[in-house]
Design a protein around this ligand. Sequence first.
Ligand code: B12
Ligand code: SF4
Length: 450
Amino acid sequence: MSKLFFISFNCCNHPYEVYPLGMAAVAASAAQQGHIVHLYDYLMYGQNDEHLIESAKNFEPDYICISIRNFDEDLDSGYHANNTEKFSVLATRIKKLRENTSAIIILGGAAISLTPNILLDRTGADYAVVGEGEKALCGLISSLQKSEPVGRILYSTDFPLSSSDIKGALYDPELVRWYYEQSDLIGIQTKRGCPFHCLYCTYPSLEGHRFRHRNKEDVLDEIRRLRKDYGYRNFFFTDSVFNDPAGDYKEFVEALIRQELDIQWCAYFTPYRLTQPDIELCKQSGMHAVELGTDASSSTTLAGLNKMFDWSDVIRANEIITNAGLACAHFIIFGGPDETYQTLEEGIENCLQLEKCIVFGYTGIRIYRDAPLFKRAVADGVIQENEALFEPVHYFSPHVEKEKMNEEIARRWSRKRHLVFPPGKGKMISQSLKTMFNAKGLIWDQLCQR
Ligand code: B12
Ligand code: SF4
């Protein structure tokens, strides 16, 4: 048995503060395996280094387990990122933790899984765990205790974990209450994985290509407790894609209906094979909003992203969702593979035709080595094979010019309230609603005209 001090360093509050689910999942598993765990949320404790060091010192941990969720703070190509500075600040904090404790420092989380080598080097931690941490962390600790030889980067050999190994997260009372005050919304995972191969997406590399559903009674139990003990009404199911094409999610939704929990929920949906009865069923269980992974705005560019649906499916999905009286958001990226001025024109027009929803427009797609887009970007001469990608690089189709495209979208969408571009505008609106009206939850759903 060891003492594990977990830290979440995620300080991003856009679109809202998100409960540190990754850290909480790994900590729950470590606690179940007999370790003493403490959850420290850097954001919740006011981003105060002195408080962090004091808390770590007082706990006298054997291991400090750091969860790094976001590599990039924002996926907008217009955002001025400085990852070099962000991670050098983290390196300084890790150095202080090292000076004040004798703990071994282990990194994990989505950012680590995407870029383990560079982050380990730049932060000066001892070990990095790539992928799901539930079994891997305890395995690493056990090896270290037995003085078995281990590499500094641990690639989980159990990946992907089986459904029964995916347990619930640790919903720490203090953290849960704080997140309730901030965003009144909490994330819950019902399954992992995604079988699709969308060109730009890292989700399947993080969660695997096969759906692995959690035990639905466990998930319901978590929702029940969060509802009853802390008052949460708003949930976000964090699954990569909620409506799996085989329809297995419906079993969970039906069970949710039987619970009569009086909750609201939202999730990522794909327009692929979406039907009206599916949406009605979800609505009956409390779904009030849908984030559609539309991603491109014409059938040509959807095919360019290797999407399994075309624009007619998007129109149909939008109608089904909005006719059911639900809030619906589309996230559209212009400038992806096969974008030309002709598809841009078509795409702008297509979005103008979408009704009763909200559309968030972006230009350029962040390139990650783990996504299939990487190869395409090399082939199109957008990046070199050996490009570090530490600071964000975005893919832009060689057939369009970024500034000209940005101007055209901004000009054509400017008079439409439901079309949000540039992305900074969406951020500004949501920030104003938060500060002026104490708006909470998804926020974008309050902007949907239904
Ligand atoms: C759901 C989701 C959202 C929802 C969250 C809703 C909610 N209320 O929770 C919303 C839409 C709000 C969102 C927003 C953003 N997101 Co998001 N999101 C996701 C998604 C799909 C799931 C995240 C999740 O909760 N997973 C469940 C937990 C259990 O998994 P996990 O965190 O990965 O943890 C596991 C491992 O990483 C590991 N682990 C984690 N911590 C630790 C620690 C140790 C010590 C160890 C050993 C292991 C370990 O073990 C865990 C259990 O297996 C992921 C993509 C994906 N499929 O993973 C992107 C993802 C996390 N998001 C990402 C980003 C960038 C963002 C935004 C910055 C986007 C933007 N605005 O431009 C914002 C930031 C929001 C914020 N405040 O931080 C990136 C982060 C990496 C990166 N590229 O930088 C991801 C990976 C997607 C991507 N593009 O690659 N997101
Ligand atoms: S974009 Fe959505 S559907 Fe496509 S691979 Fe990623 S998670 Fe799956």
